[in-house]
Design a protein around this ligand. Structure first.
Ligand SMILES: *Cc1c(COP(=O)(O)O)cnc(C)c1O
Length: 373
């Protein structure tokens, strides 16, 4: 049986060439020319003034929140339907995540449900563009302005996506992304903070590197981290960034092809497919579908059947407000966030890697049809 993986990174000769150069140069740690080149090239692609590369996307979020120097127990608005990294960014900084339910169609944070969660302790909103579809950023910007909140944008799943012709990663005070192997471009492990603010850039650079200060090494005014990326990883990242437009194109092509082929299943009311709102350029980082609950098939059940014939899939996120570890915190609230709960139970994503072929997509859709019909 031929296995179709849920994801596979695309790593080519250019990566090998740059990695070889990095290794031969002897600069294999966190100094070396590829780091700056990668930061500059990626920041330029997004449209931000500064890029600060780090060793993973989770740490990019932790670093971004730390750089704001917020009082302990300040509240951060995040979607419940997201990855644990967003919670860790709060808890590792002694901040409290406040969960907001998802929209039924984009699966992003429901901007209409944010204001009811704002208190005098709210300091930050963290929009997360889920599976490649941008959050309705005008609404986020409006709320942030009204309540004087910082915005930390998590665009790990939306590299190349656009909101009203502006690339994701350009919104708010700091944006963060990941270069994990399943992201649109990869460094193996890696991430980046981006900002237009010179003060924040300086602060993030310092915090990334144990909060050394240039004026007097080994004297520390702040507690930092070692979140440095290596020159070898950045060499891969630079080669990937040089091909970024092609990666984005391939993702969009894959997404549109799935939608075209799966339309009949949606017309029969068996599944809900990803949308593209009028304000959005969706890059379909992962092609997610949600089964119609009326038919009584849960995601796990259909995923098992697909897995048995060699088609790998991945479950949707498990909502943050339901995480067992969250119950241990004093601020835990026993909430019901029905949309997040529903899509988590009925949603999963199909193979969406950069190496997928049209034949594979066609075969996957056929199998899914057989299972659901
Ligand atoms: C992948 C991802 C991260 C975390 O990135 P890592 O590099 O795996 O730490 C953060 N946020 C979102 C939305 C992600 O998809």
């Amino acid at each position: 049986m031929q296995i179709i993986p849920v994801n596979e990174p695309l790593v080519l000769a250019k990566e090998l060439e740059y990695v070889t150069e990095a290794v031969k140069s002897g600069w294999i740690s966190s100094e070396g020319k590829f780091i700056k080149e990668f930061e500059n090239k990626f920041a330029k692609y997004i449209g931000r003034k500064h890029g600060i590369a780090v060793n993973n996307g989770t740490n990019a979020l932790i670093l971004a929140l730390r750089s704001l120097s917020l009082p302990p127990n300040s509240e951060v608005i995040i979607p419940s339907f997201t990855i644990m990294s967003c919670v860790l960014a709060c808890t590792d900084n002694h901040l409290i995540p406040v969960f907001v339910d998802a929209e039924n169609d984009t699966w992003n944070i429901d901007t209409k449900k944010i204001e009811e969660k704002i208190t005098e302790n709210t300091k930050v909103i963290m929009p997360v563009h889920i599976y490649g579809h941008p959050v309705d950023m005008d609404e986020i910007l409006k709320i942030a302005k009204k309540y004087n909140l910082y915005i930390i944008e998590d665009f790990a799943e939306a590299i190349g996506s656009e909101y009203k012709n502006e690339k994701c990663g350009n919104f708010g005070d700091i944006s963060c992304t990941s270069f994990y192997a399943n992201k649109v471009i990869t460094t193996g492990e890696g991430g980046m903070c981006l900002t237009n603010n010179d003060e924040l850039e300086k602060k993030i650079r310092s915090l990334r590197n144990l909060a050394f200060i240039p004026e007097k090494r080994y004297v520390h005014y702040e507690l930092g981290f070692n979140f440095r990326i290596t020159n070898v990883q950045a060499a891969i990242g630079l080669a990937q960034t040089e091909r970024i437009e092609e990666h984005v194109k391939k993702k969009i092509l894959t997404g549109k092809r799935y939608t075209e082929l799966l339309k009949p299943l949606e017309k029969k009311d068996l599944v809900t497919l990803p949308v593209q709102k009028e304000y959005a350029k969706n890059t379909y980082w992962m092609y997610g579908i949600v089964l119609n609950e009326k038919h009584g098939r849960k995601a796990q059940d259909v995923m098992k059947q697909l897995g048995d014939i060699g088609i790998q899939t991945r479950a949707f996120f498990y909502p943050m407000h339901m995480q067992p570890v969250i119950e241990t915190f004093p601020w835990f609230k026993n909430e019901k966030l029905p949309v997040s709960e529903k899509i988590s139970e009925y949603g999963f994503y199909l193979p969406s890697g950069l190496t997928i072929t049209d034949d594979q997509i066609t075969a996957i859709v056929k199998c899914l049809e057989n299972i659901l019909n």
